[in-house]
Design a protein around this ligand. Sequence first.
Ligand code: G6P
Length: 491
Amino acid sequence: MSDDGYDFVVVANRLPVDFSVAEDGTTSWTTSPGGLVTALEPVMQAHSGAWVGWSGSPDLDHEPFDADGVRLVPVALSATEVELYYEGFSNDTLWPLYHDVIEPPAYHRQWWDAYRKVNARFAAAAAAQAAPGAIVWVQDYQLQLVPALLRELRPDVRIGFFNHIPFPSLEIFAQLPWRAQVIRGLLGADLIGFQRASDAANFVRSVRRFTDLTTRGEVITVTDDDGGRRYVRAAAFPISIDSEHFDNLARSPAVKARALEIREELGNPEVMLLGVDRLDYTKGIRHRVKAFGELLQDGRLTVPEVTLVQVASPSRENVGAYQQLREDVELLVGRINGEYGHLGKAPIHYFHHSYPAEEMAALYLAADVMLVTALRDGMNLVAKEYVAARSDERGVLVLSEFTGAADELAGSVLINPHDIDGMKDRIVLAVEMDYREQRKRMRRLRRRVLEDDVEKWSQTFLAVLSAVPAHHLPAHQPPEHQLPEHRAATT
Ligand code: G6P
């Protein structure tokens, strides 16, 4: 770090560590190597990097500390703020709204007030860490007001924003009572990244409708309060995974052995189907399980020849829609197991836990067919992990059209999860696919996933952001002269 701050600051709702309190009351932090952490680690190490985020526990006020050469800066949230800002506005207003209102979003003014207040706290924490002219990269829908709030405090820094989830169409976004404020918040950034070109286009359409700013292609001309002009770019930068790491993990003898063991523990079925999701209503778990149940009922799939392993990791358990989903899924799984199971031979093996990466890699390697049936998903990294794990060039990826990944992963078997009959046919096609066809498709998928990894994603985004002039421009300058060269990231 230079004396006056950090050159590269990430601002995300969560810190890249998990916080825990032991029985004796002592606290500790453990690294949680999620995708974003892995992606940003090289950048963090190369620059002097700081990460501003919430610990994941309420009422925890902790001083900044260093972990693996990165400055971690905890932002405290009270129990009420967790309820109003995180569970409420982020996950019961924005989340369902941005995922095409699969569940009805709730609009509460109190939640919005908390969202504003918490966003201002994140912005102040980032402003306090950033060196003059630093790059600050704000992540995801929980922090959409941070770019503008930060720019007010620190006009010298370059601000990037990346939206990990979809950005809805104008007609849906229009429901949000605070739509203009959210757009103004995001436009504080110099570069706004989305998963898909259509998300960026949706955003630009909403800018045109809910502000009087002019747009040209993916560039928005913003007039700041002092009359100066800035050019904000909104473009697609599809995120990925650390493909090489996953590939290596799945090639390790221990993981290969574990994959065989999993098949044995399942009673050596001829075909193993796999679903891996956070237990979220956007993931289409109900639709998937229903289709599987009907295939058993129709006799097109039979037990014990075929089995489905469904990993549903616990998520946002204080939000009503998630509690309802858990009940619905568990009822359905119980019914199907009761109806079609035999002693020691369950059609569905359902787990409400999360597993370490090694176990996930073994599950991917064991599965003949991977089912990704999301109703709406920004990207879906599980689909990419499955592909990265299959260096044996076997296995079939069944993938929903409504994921960002579907724009990229030619070679998958595409499905519409709302069309249960269509999905059933495609699942049977995947189950019956011969090895030659599997290999042909998997090679194509692997080329894409191994080439476009998460390091390339962060490098591309940061290269475009770095090319943005650090200060805003006087009113008379034409945009063409000031815009950095940028080819839209491949989608
Ligand atoms: C999605 C969001 C992330 C979020 C993650 C887990 O991937 O895009 O921002 O962190 O879900 O959800 P949680 O609410 O547990 O952070």
